[in-house]
Ligand binder design. Structure first.
Ligand SMILES: [Zn+2]
Length: 238
C-alpha cells in the first residue's frame, strides 16, 4: 500500500496506475493520496480522471493492505493498467486536517491538565468530538481547555510527521493517550506538535497549529460515569 498522505498530507492531485478493479467500481491504485475512513477521520471524496473522463470517488476505505476507492460507474469504466489522475476534494480534506490537528491539541491539553485518557474521537463536517475518561469532572474546566487550546493554536507551532522505530517511539512521554492498545508494528508514525505534544496517529494534519485559527467548544456532556464528551468546531477558513 502506497499511501501518499502518510508523508505528505498536502498532496491534492497525483498520477497513478490502476492495479485492480472489482465489480467495475472498487478501484485499487499503485499509490494514492485518498484518505480511507479510519481513526475517527472520515474518508476523502474526489475524482479519478482518465482521458479527460471523471469518475467520482464516493467512498474510500482500507481493505486488507490496500486502499479501495469506490467510484460511480460512468462512461467506459476503469481497467487494470489504466493511468489515472487522482484529485481529492481539498476543501473537505483541509477542514478535516484542521479539525484533526485541533483534536490532538485539545486532547493533549485535557491529558496534561487532568491525566485523562482519550477514549475516542470523531471528526465531522459541522463538529468534532473528543471522548475522554475522567471521574471528577467540573464543567468550569471546559472553558480552560478551550482557552489553552486556542493559546497553543495562536503560538503557530510547527507540526511534523516522523516515522520512528516502535521502541524509540514508545520512549516519548505520553505518546499513547488513547485508551487502547497499539498494533504490533515495527515503525510508528508520530504527529509531533513540536515541543508541545507527540502522538502516534495515521491521520492527516496541518503543518502548523496556526492553520487551525481557533476552536470553539459547542457542547460538553457526560457519557456514563467516567466518560466525558466535548464537541467543538474549528473557525471557518477563508
Ligand atoms: Zn491524529
Amino acid at each position: 500500500m502506497d499511501a501518499l498522505y502518510l508523508l505528505d498530507c498536502y498532496i491534492k492531485e497525483f498520477e497513478a496506475t490502476v492495479k485492480d478493479v472489482t465489480d467495475g467500481r472498487f478501484v485499487i491504485l499503485n499509490k494514492t493520496a485518498f484518505y480511507p475512513d479510519s481513526g475517527g477521520q472520515p474518508h476523502d471524496l474526489g475524482v479519478l480522471i482518465k482521458d479527460g473522463h471523471e469518475y467520482p470517488v464516493v467512498y474510500t476505505r482500507k481493505m486488507d493492505d490496500a486502499i479501495s476507492h469506490e467510484v460511480t460507474i460512468t462512461g467506459p469504466g476503469l481497467a487494470v493498467g489504466d493511468q489515472v489522475t487522482g484529485r481529492i476534494d481539498w476543501n473537505r480534506r483541509y477542514h478535516f486536517m484542521r479539525s484533526h490537528t485541533a483534536c490532538h491539541v485539545l486532547s493533549a491539553v485535557i491529558h496534561k491538565k487532568t491525566g485523562a485518557l482519550i477514549t475516542g474521537n470523531r471528526i465531522g463536517d459541522a463538529k468534532t468530538r473528543v471522548d475522554f475518561s475522567l471521574k471528577d469532572f467540573d464543567r468550569s474546566q471546559i472553558k480552560s481547555f478551550e482557552e489553552k487550546t486556542n493559546e497553543i493554536i495562536n503560538q503557530e507551532i510547527p507540526v511534523e510527521i516522523k516515522i520512528l522505530p516502535r521502541e524509540e517511539a514508545l520512549k516519548i512521554p505520553a505518546i499513547v493517550k488513547l485508551k487502547m492498545e497499539l498494533p504490533e508494528i515495527a515503525e510508528m508514525r508520530i504527529i509531533d506538535i513540536v515541543g508541545f505534544d507527540a502522538q502516534a496517529c495515521g491521520g492527516t494534519h496541518v503543518r502548523n497549529t496556526g492553520e487551525i485559527r481557533a476552536i470553539e467548544v459547542i457542547k460538553a456532556e457526560n457519557k456514563g460515569k467516567n466518560n466525558r464528551r466535548i464537541y467543538f468546531r474549528v473557525e471557518t477558513a477563508d
